[in-house]
Design a protein around this ligand. Structure first.
Ligand SMILES: NC(=O)c1ccc[n+]([C@@H]2O[C@H](COP(=O)([O-])OP(=O)(O)OC[C@H]3O[C@@H](n4cnc5c(N)ncnc54)[C@H](OP(=O)(O)O)[C@@H]3O)[C@@H](O)[C@H]2O)c1
Length: 279
């Protein structure tokens, strides 16, 4: 049996949908079981912040799909540690964890340091750490209201090999069902092109027929604008760190593994922006 976490989120719901369609033996661990009513499988409450809940939620698991927490900082690492310890206590044979292509203890983007810490907890057991590319959806969010304002305002950045949730979900399903020979960290699972904010502005302008200017501001101006919009300091620092990390090339690598695994070209940023324009 595969116990799935994160199914109320974007990646986990896609993974759950595909596995259920394949008739896989799955059960679900979620913070709020009321949110999962449509699937006829075992649903138990499992909160990474509440280790006692995870024992029952992971009971009987052969594998656990552990979607990384969307908390930041030490919370995230503690959440993952709780889940990994509970998985081991429950006797799970293998953990499949959603990490990131940029995972690294010296990353300038704090969540990448969390992933590195979580991967350290995973070592010593059987696990696959999915080194997911940067979500293409994050690019759309970072573009903000550029479509309406005609300006894409952000600090200096570097190229990012943006990757679609759907493709990463497909890779996760293959990892969980014996479709890969990965042990430990997977290769970086990325799209086939690395684009900067200027590239995104040009692409969006071409698709929408409106002009979109890329306006570079300093990290300090960006931080101040985020704080001015009410973001907590930790969140503002995190976003500034993201740009610093992308300038350093932490998300620039393009790896052919995902394309090979899918047997087709991964979803492109153009397709993601077309979809965003339609919605
Ligand atoms: N590769 C990337 O570029 C990238 C970008 C952003 C984030 N991420 C990471 O990838 C993860 C999955 O992405 P996503 O788009 O599916 O995120 P998402 O839609 O925000 O989903 C996050 C999921 O994690 C669950 N969760 C959060 N805290 C939890 C806790 N304490 N105990 C149990 N479950 C908890 C949420 O459950 P609830 O419904 O109960 O909140 C939700 O199901 C994120 O959580 C984040 O760690 C990756």
């Amino acid at each position: 049996m595969i116990v799935l976490t994160g199914v109320t989120g974007k990646l986990g719901s896609l993974v759950a949908g595909q596995l259920l369609q394949q008739g896989a033996d799955v059960s679900i661990s979620v913070r709020d079981p009321q949110q999962v009513r449509d699937w006829e499988v075992r649903v138990r409450r499992g909160d990474y912040a509440d280790p006692a809940s995870l024992g029952a939620a992971f009971e009987g698991a052969d594998q656990i799909f552990l979607v990384s927490s969307n908390s930041s900082g030490l919370h995230a690492q503690q959440h993952h540690r709780n889940a990994i310890e509970a998985a081991r206590k429950a006797g799970a044979r293998r953990l499949v964890y959603t990490s990131h292509m940029g995972a690294g203890a010296d990353s300038l983007f704090p969540p990448m340091r969390d992933h590195a810490g979580s991967e350290a907890f995973l070592r010593g057991g059987d696990y696959i750490s999915l080194r997911n590319g940067f979500y293409a959806d994050s690019a759309v969010q970072m573009m903000g209201r550029a479509w309406e304002t005609g300006k894409l305002v952000a600090p200096e950045d570097g190229p990012v090999s943006w990757t679609a949730h759907a493709d990463l979900a497909h890779a996760a399903v293959l990892a969980l069902t014996g479709g890969t020979d990965w042990q430990g960290a997977s290769p970086a699972l990325t799209g086939t092109e690395a684009l900067t904010m200027a590239d995104l502005a040009a692409l969006a302008a071409g698709l929408s027929g409106r002009s979109i200017e890329r306006v570079v501001i300093s990290d300090e101006e960006y931080r101040a604008s985020l704080l001015g919009r009410g973001l907590p300091k930790e969140r503002a620092d995190l976003m500034v760190g993201l740009f610093a990390a992308s300038r350093r090339g932490e998300f620039a690598a393009i790896d052919p593994t995902l394309e090979r695994l899918l047997g087709r070209r991964p979803v492109t940023m153009r397709e993601v922006l077309e979809e965003a324009l339609r919605s």
